[in-house]
Design a protein around this ligand. Structure first.
Ligand code: AMP
Ligand code: ZN
Ligand code: FE
Ligand code: FE
Length: 274
């Protein structure tokens, strides 16, 4: 039986693996297919495609775009995107610029909490990639302010924590339009992070075509609930480990994998979407 892991990151965002090392690891994990879905960048796709071709692994070009909805951060996955699409890339550049501004706002909030973290401690961790909270968490660990990245998220930079900042300025319907405009399939990532299922209906109305129901942090009950919601709304089912390499060691590559027939369904939907 063939398996796929449709949610992975490289060092072009907040993962720690190169695209080549990621593909090699996917082969060793026995995966037939992976998607690189970096935060707000398609920069790793070309290298991942080339490596995958050499390794006999199927690589689905992906993206994880950051949108905002009802004051919350919403991650929108896009599968089978044309990674060179102009409108998509223009907006990804904007998102990355806003992420840099956001880091400075977070630094101000941290300062207000008495945490004097140097900007370089964060930026040095994101030399190649889209900067994000995982880099902030790692900097907080390396500078001795917390003992683990989990503690950083739980106490300081998690969604409801004192140093959290939004600022992406992209609506889910805009993310959906950009992904579809680039030939991709928009899928709502890890729906449990919304922590409010009443928001899912509104997001579905934005044009989402699938739900990431298989996710390491979903309980069985949550998974079953999201499968039901997807079925009721005629949505595709996807899943993946959200592998970030050593930056998030609990989410091993392939730790959440899906049977390949779900990839076939994505492909069929893509055909009717083009
Ligand atoms: P951002 O896109 O900058 O808001 O950061 C979101 C990223 O932070 C996610 O993709 C994860 O990599 C990471 N993240 C979120 N919550 C946690 C957590 N509780 N522990 C570790 N990493 C997390
Ligand atoms: Zn991430
Ligand atoms: Fe995410
Ligand atoms: Fe992710």
């Amino acid at each position: 039986m063939k398996f796929a892991d449709l949610h992975t990151h490289t060092l072009f965002s907040d993962g720690t693996y190169t695209p080549e090392a990621l593909v090699e690891k996917a082969g060793k994990a026995g995966l037939s297919c992976i998607s690189v879905a970096d935060h707000d960048t398609a920069a790793g796709i070309g290298r991942a495609m080339a490596a995958a071709e050499g390794a006999g692994i199927e690589l689905i070009p992906g993206i994880e775009m950051t949108a905002e909805y009802c004051g919350r951060e919403v991650h929108m996955l896009g599968y089978f995107i044309d990674s060179r699409n102009k409108a998509l890339n223009e907006n990804l550049t904007l998102l990355r610029e806003r992420r840099v501004e956001r880091i400075y706002k977070m630094l101000e909030k941290l300062k207000g909490m008495g945490i004097k973290l140097k900007a370089e401690a964060i930026f040095d961790l994101a030399v190649y990639g889209t900067i994000g909270r995982l880099h902030v968490a790692r900097a907080l660990v390396s500078q001795g302010f917390v003992s683990s990245t989990s503690e950083a998220f739980n106490r300081i930079i998690g969604d409801d924590c004192p140093a959290y900042v939004l600022g992406f300025k992209l609506l889910p319907q805009e993310a959906v339009k950009l992904i579809r405009g680039a030939g991709g399939i928009p899928v709502l990532a890890h729906p449990f992070t919304l922590r409010d299922d009443s928001l899912i209906g509104g997001l579905i109305k934005c044009g989402v075509m699938g739900l990431e129901v298989y996710y390491p942090e979903h309980t069985c009950a949550q998974r079953d609930k999201y499968i039901k919601i997807a079925q009721q709304n005629n949505l595709l089912l996807t899943g993946g480990s959200d592998f970030h390499g050593d930056a998030k060691p609990k989410s091993e590559l392939g730790s959440c994998k899906i049977p390949y027939d779900l990839v076939e369904k994505l492909k069929t939907a893509r055909g009717s979407n083009l």
